[in-house]
Design a protein around this ligand. Structure first.
Ligand SMILES: CC(C)(COP(=O)(O)OP(=O)(O)OC[C@H]1O[C@@H](n2cnc3c(N)ncnc32)[C@H](O)[C@@H]1OP(=O)(O)O)[C@@H](O)C(=O)NCCC(=O)NCCS
Length: 156
């Protein structure tokens, strides 16, 4: 067993091909969204060790375009757990493989819900972050969760 703090993270990368792009060589935002969902889903399954579904994707802004031939890099980390839900943060970067320049493309927060054999939400292991950075990310995730419940109550 490692003594280092528990962190549930994945690093995934994909070469951007012409099939990912529009006729002008820009990568489709929808393709990047799918890669974000995939990376976050892997983190959720690694933590919950059960089937998971995407419940929500928070606001997603694309700061810079991604081009054919770039390496898309996704860094996904567990931010917080609720009873049956998990918030995962994903940072997306694009590396120009000819220059090595890495650009921040987008960041997103996703909520996944763990499902039991009955396809209903099931409890996930509690995540207790230990590093100051991880504790900060959990606090921000809890604030987003509180906003979700507030807007849900306002709309009910
Ligand atoms: C996500 C889903 C399982 C939630 O089911 P539900 O009956 O609403 O369950 P609950 O109200 O008990 O919510 C379960 C948990 O999810 C959280 N949750 C549900 N919808 C959420 C949302 N839009 N944003 C953030 N959290 C959400 C709840 O806060 C709760 O968290 P907690 O247990 O950690 O406190 C259900 O809405 C679903 O199956 N949606 C479709 C998922 C899917 O198919 N995704 C793929 C893309 S379409």
């Amino acid at each position: 067993m490692s003594d280092s703090p528990y962190q549930c993270q994945v690093l995934m990368s994909h070469m951007m091909l012409p099939t990912n792009a529009n006729p002008f060589g820009h990568i489709h935002g929808g393709d990047i969204m799918k890669y974000i969902d995939d990376a976050a889903g892997v983190v959720a399954m690694k933590h919950a060790r059960t089937t998971v579904v995407t419940a929500s994707i928070d606001r997603l802004d694309f700061h810079k375009p991604v081009h054919i031939g770039n390496l898309l890099i996704l860094k996904a980390s567990l931010n917080a757990t609720g009873r049956t839900s998990m918030e995962i943060g994903v940072r997306v970067e694009a590396e120009d493989l000819l220059t090595g320049i890495v650009t921040h493309i987008a960041s997103a927060y996703l909520t996944f819900v763990a499902l039991g054999a009955d396809d209903r939400p099931t409890p996930v292991p509690f995540y207790n972050p230990e590093t100051p950075e991880a504790i900060r990310r959990r606090k921000q995730a809890q604030e987003r969760k509180a906003c979700y419940y507030k807007s849900k109550n306002d709309n009910d």
